[in-house]
Design a protein around this ligand. Structure first.
Ligand SMILES: NC(=O)C1=CN([C@@H]2O[C@H](COP(=O)(O)OP(=O)(O)OC[C@H]3O[C@@H](n4cnc5c(N)ncnc54)[C@H](O)[C@@H]3O)[C@@H](O)[C@H]2O)[C@@H](O)CC1
Ligand SMILES: [K+]
Length: 521
């Protein structure tokens, strides 16, 4: 499991070590230099003679970059530090200069722009300086982004740094093999370290070398897409207390998945009740029931008018109401389908009285009671979450949910009591007692019609299989939801690696995906 801690938690954990004189910056910067050495070897087959440009900001993040630069210089690397702030880390600067590295202050003159001839001259020479800096960075083998780290204020980069990064990103495209490899120090500079925001311009990294612990912003969209691969350098911090946000890995999902013992029978393995689809739109009913069957439910009941179509695809399904361990409510249920909405509403009433876990998706979201227990899992996409919150008095649009998924998923959890699984390229799950997950398992091809119905069915099977545990320990529910998102994403990869997907193929890939996962786990 990949765990992340907020900047405040990391700083608090660093404090006692710094007070005891532990050389954290030396540890961080030598590990950073080691990562750059590996990149240089991969890229050019040799370290000596490699060209590295450091982008250096005003704080300790820049200090890390400068110290790493000194180490690289001693290994025969050509190191140029571009100081993007009036003052940079003194010791780091001195170390780099001692090692023979070059350091160059960059201004773009824009701040001094005025009517006076002197100011205009300054502006011209600043612009030339900035141009030269961008050329040097674009021509390097590796650019080390040490502008800002934990200390970044909200709002992103400003001033010279913002202008340099803008010009550099225009000059280099990520797919250009000849362009520099970008290594971010601790975090890509200017991201929302704790919330994953990317308010201003950010230099997209190929690799982020992060210190002490991963930060939530490295796991959350939109910033996660700018972090590249994340390498964690352990600094020996004691991070007691709960992590802010986690990401499950295969072994975690395998641990959470219910595996039948020799005494298992279909009822003990979990019965899933599915209220989904209509005769006019039977697809969602077929996909949700199929996914539940293929994910290993003991039995699947279908409730609704699309029974014939469901049976034609899935003869294993049983039609009609009966005792279930978990519900899947809402896929393909249209707003004008009174009959199906009535069945969703009565299932939800049962959920409140008897307490089975439930997945509340799509057409069932607007039927959600005021408050529900955490073993009810909402599975909206950003637009649906915005609608649900707007109906409860929050003025929020889809774009805002996409920009701050964790914040709005948390709000929805606080408003409803439900566990909230917010679908997206990165799926964010929020549950009780601060439990939160960000899963980035899905290929972009998985954004296809019906994929959500498959996820709902899959999660329904998982909740049915672990219904008693889920009711007893509500903090387990977000972990189960995250595990379902992981399996769903992996099934997308299995169904057609790197190619187009259709939801039926994703459902069909679930058994093999689970087999592989359980064999490894
Ligand atoms: N605290 C520690 O013991 C360690 C810190 N380390 C490094 O130190 C970093 C944190 O250092 P700092 O606390 O100095 O923070 P930063 O290096 O992120 O920079 C903070 C400085 O940037 C300025 N600033 C913030 N936002 C700005 C913006 N949008 N535009 C312009 N200037 C802005 C602030 O006024 C402050 O001077 C970590 O990310 C990590 O790289 C590592 O060396 C490991 C040990
Ligand atoms: K950085």
């Amino acid at each position: 499991m990949l765990l992340s801690w907020t900047s405040a938690q990391v700083r608090a954990a660093e404090e006692p070590l710094l007070a005891a004189g532990v050389p954290l910056m030396a540890r961080a910067s030598s590990a950073l230099a080691g990562a750059v050495v590996r990149v240089l070897r991969e890229r050019r087959g040799a370290v000596v003679g490699g060209r590295v440009v450091l982008l250096v900001g005003p704080g300790n993040n820049g200090g890390d970059a400068l110290h790493a630069g000194a180490y690289l210089r001693r290994r025969g690397v050509d190191v140029l530090a571009l100081a993007l702030a009036p003052r940079v880390h003194d010791e780091g600067r001195a170390a780099l200069v001692r090692a023979g590295g070059r350091i160059q202050a960059v201004t773009d003159g824009a701040a001094g722009a005025g009517r006076e001839a002197r100011a205009q001259r300054a502006e011209r020479s600043g612009a030339t300086e900035l141009e030269a800096a961008v050329r040097a960075a674009a021509g390097a083998d590796v650019v080390v982004d040490g502008i800002l780290g934990l200390g970044a204020r909200p709002g992103g980069l400003t001033g010279t740094a913002a202008r340099l990064v803008t010009l550099l990103t225009q000059r280099t495209t990520p797919s250009d093999e000849r362009g520099p490899v970008v290594v971010a120090v601790d975090t890509p500079s200017g991201i929302g370290v704790d919330d994953g925001g990317a308010a201003g311009v950010v230099l997209p990294a190929d690799l982020t070398v992060t210190f002490g612990a991963a930060k939530p912003g490295l796991l959350l969209p939109p910033a996660t897409h700018l972090a590249g691969a994340v390498e964690l350098v352990h600094l020996g911090l004691d991070l007691g207390g709960a992590p802010a946000l986690a990401r499950l890995e295969d072994a975690d999902a395998a641990d959470l998945w219910p595996v039948p013992g020799p005494a298992a029978q279909k009822y003990s393995r979990g019965v899933v009740g599915v209220v989904a689809g209509t005769p006019r739109y039977p697809g969602a009913a077929v996909l949700a029931t199929s996914a539940a069957v293929l994910a290993g439910a003991g039995m699947v009941r279908y409730v609704g008018d699309a029974g014939e179509e469901v049976l034609a695809h899935r003869p294993e399904v049983v039609l009609g109401v009966g005792r279930v361990q978990a519900w899947v409510l809402g896929p393909g249920v249209a707003p004008d389908d009174d009959a199906q909405r009535g069945r969703v509403a009565s299932a939800l009433e049962g959920v409140l009285h008897r307490g089975e876990p439930a997945v509340v998706d799509a057409g069932a979201l607007d039927l959600l009671p005021e408050r529900v227990p955490a073993h009810v899992v909402l599975t909206p996409h950003a637009g649906e979450l915005a609608r649900l919150l707007s109906a409860r008095g929050h003025d929020v649009a889809r774009e805002q949910v996409e920009a701050e998924p964790w914040r709005w998923a948390r709000t929805a959890h606080e408003e409803t009591g439900a566990t909230v699984l917010l679908k997206g390229h990165v799926t964010v799950v929020v549950g009780p007692r601060g439990a939160a997950y960000a899963q980035a398992d899905a290929p972009a091809w998985l954004a296809t019609a019906g994929a959500g119905d498959v996820l709902a069915g899959l999660l329904g099977a998982l909740l049915a299989g672990r219904a008693d545990d889920a009711v007893e320990d509500p903090t387990l529910v977000p972990a189960l939801a995250a595990a379902a998102a992981l399996v769903h994403g992996r099934a997308g990869h299995h169904a057609n690696p790197d190619g187009p997907l259709h939801a039926g193929a994703v459902a069909a890939a679930i058994p093999a995906t689970l087999r592989a996962l359980l064999a490894r786990g």
